[in-house]
Design a protein around this ligand. Structure first.
Ligand code: B12
Length: 370
C-alpha cells in the first residue's frame, strides 16, 4: 500500500489533481458499453465499433499489463462566449488537453522509473481519450470519481470539470478503491436541461442526439430537427455539466489552459472565412478546435449565426451560400438565412443553382418549413 500511496504522490507532483489505481482488466461497465453499442447509441462512431473487443478486454493490447493508473486533470472555468454570443465547450477553449495530459503522463512515467517503481519507461503506456479504454468506468473503479446520470464522472471538488488519462503499468500495485463520497441522489437537472433529450435515462447518452457529437465528431449535416436546439453552441456543449450542482463550487482554473489567441480575435464569422484545413491548422495551432475540420467548424458557425442573427452574420452567410466550396456549409448557410434572416428568395435561388444532391435535399427541407 505504501508503494501505491507513493505513486499517487508522484501523480500529484506531475500536475494531476486526481489519481487512483485499479487492476487492469475488463471494465466493470462492460455490459453497459456492449448494450450502448448494440442499440446504436454510438451514432456510428466507427473507431468505437472497430475497437470494441479491445475496449472490453484491455489485456489484449497489454499482455504484460497489471495495473491501470488513472489520472484526472481539472479544467473548470467560467463560460466561454465569443464576440456575437457563440459559445464553445469550456474544455476546448485553451490548449488541447490531449497534449497537456500526455505531457504530464510522460513526466509521471519518468518519475516512476527514477524512483524504481517501474523497471523501464516502456513498462508504462500512456493513454488519453482516443485510446481503446472505457475511461470513465476504469476511473470510477480506481476511485477517481463517481458515475452520474449524465454519464459524466463526477468529483466532489471539481464536479464534471476534469479530463481523464491513464498509464497502463506492467507492475502490480495495490488498488486504491476509495471512491469519493457522492451521488446524484434524486437530482435530474441534466436530464431536464439537455437541449435535445440526449440523456435517454440515467447514465445512458445517445450520441446521435448529443450536440457534442454533431458539432465535433460528425462530418454530416446537423439533423434539421436538432438545429434550433443548438442555440449558441458552435463547438461541443456544456449544458449537462453546467447544471450539475456538483460542479458549482469548482475552482476557476482558466489560467491552466488559457484562451486560444484565435478565439480572442472575434466571433464565429471568422470560421466561415477559413479557406481550408491548412489555414485551420495554422490559425488554431495547439487547439482541439481543429477536430471537426474547416468544413465542420464553418457548418457549426453558420447554424449558430442562424440561431443568433446579427448584422455581421448576414453578409458572411450570403457569401457562403453562393461561394463556399463545401456543400454542408452552403446548406447550413441556407438554413441560417431562412430561419434567422427570412432571406427566402435567396435560399430559393440557391436551391435552383445547387448541384450537390445532399445540399439540395437539405435546402429543400428548409424551404418546406416556409
Ligand atoms: C465517445 C465519447 C463521447 C461521445 C459519446 C458520449 C457518451 N456519453 O458515451 C460524445 C461525442 C457524445 C461525447 C461527448 C462528451 N464528452 Co466524451 N468521450 C467519448 C469517449 C471517447 C468514449 C465514451 C464511451 O465509451 N461511451 C460509452 C458509454 C457506455 O460509456 P460511458 O459514458 O463512459 O459510461 C458511463 C455510464 O454508463 C455511467 N454509468 C455506469 N453505470 C452507471 C449506473 C448508473 C445508475 C448511472 C447513473 C451511470 C452509470 O458510467 C459509465 C462509466 O463509468 C470518452 C473517452 C474514453 N476513451 O472513454 C470521452 C469522454 C467520456 N468524454 C469526455 C467529455 C469531456 C465529453 C463532453 C463533456 C465534451 C463536451 N463538453 O462537449 C461531452 C459530454 C457528453 C455526456 N454527457 O456524456 C470526457 C469525460 C470526463 C468526465 N469527467 O466524465 C472523456 C472521459 C474524455 C477524457 N479523456 O477526458 N463523448
Amino acid at each position: 500500500m505504501e508503494r501505491s500511496a507513493r505513486v499517487l504522490e508522484l501523480a500529484a507532483e506531475a500536475g494531476f489533481d486526481l489519481a487512483g489505481l485499479a487492476p487492469l482488466g475488463p471494465p466493470r461497465d462492460a455490459e453497459r458499453f456492449r448494450d450502448w453499442l448494440a442499440r446504436g447509441h454510438h451514432a456510428g462512431l466507427a473507431w468505437l465499433e472497430r475497437d470494441a473487443e479491445r475496449i472490453l478486454d484491455p489485456c489484449r493490447d497489454a499482455p504484460a499489463g497489471k495495473t491501470l493508473l488513472v489520472v484526472g486533470l481539472a479544467h473548470s472555468r467560467a463560460p466561454v462566449e465569443l464576440a456575437g454570443g457563440a459559445r464553445i465547450a469550456r474544455y476546448a477553449a485553451g490548449r488541447d488537453y490531449h497534449n497537456v495530459v500526455q505531457k504530464r503522463l510522460r513526466k509521471l512515467r519518468r518519475a516512476l522509473q527514477n524512483e524504481g517503481l517501474i523497471p523501464r519507461e516502456d513498462a508504462a503506456r500512456a493513454a488519453v481519450d482516443a485510446a481503446p479504454l472505457l475511461e470513465r468506468s476504469h476511473a470510477a473503479e480506481a476511485g477517481v470519481g463517481f458515475p452520474s446520470k449524465a454519464a459524466n464522472l463526477l468529483h466532489p471538488r471539481f464536479g464534471p470539470w476534469f479530463f481523464l488519462g491513464e498509464l497502463v503499468l506492467d507492475t502490480e500495485f495495490a488498488p486504491t478503491p476509495a471512491v469519493p463520497a457522492g451521488s446524484c441522489g434524486t437530482c435530474r437537472a441534466c436530464l431536464d436541461a439537455c437541449p435535445t433529450g440526449a440523456i435517454l435515462e440515467p447514465g445512458r447518452v445517445d450520441a446521435g442526439l448529443c450536440l457534442s457529437f454533431h458539432t465535433i465528431e460528425s462530418a454530416a449535416p446537423v439533423p434539421h430537427e436538432l438545429r434550433p436546439a443548438l442555440g449558441p453552441w458552435a463547438f461541443g456543449c456544456d449544458v449537462c455539466s453546467e447544471v450539475c450542482p456538483w460542479g458549482a463550487k469548482a475552482p476557476d482554473l482558466a489560467e491552466r489552459f488559457g484562451l486560444h489567441r484565435e478565439l480572442e480575435q472575434g466571433g464565429v464569422e471568422r470560421w466561415i472565412g477559413l479557406a481550408d484545413d491548412a489555414e485551420l491548422a495554422a490559425r488554431f495551432e495547439g487547439s482541439g478546435l481543429q477536430r471537426p475540420g474547416r468544413d465542420g467548424l464553418a457548418r457549426n458557425a453558420a447554424l449558430v449565426l442562424g440561431n443568433r442573427p446579427s448584422a455581421a452574420g448576414e453578409p458572411v452567410l450570403l457569401h457562403a451560400l453562393s461561394f463556399d466550396p463545401s456543400a454542408i456549409v452552403r446548406e447550413a448557410a441556407a438554413w441560417a438565412l431562412a430561419v434567422g434572416y427570412a432571406r427566402w428568395e435567396r435560399v430559393e435561388a440557391a436551391w435552383v443553382a445547387e448541384r450537390d444532391p445532399v445540399a439540395r435535399a437539405g435546402i429543400e427541407r428548409t424551404l418546406d418549413g416556409r
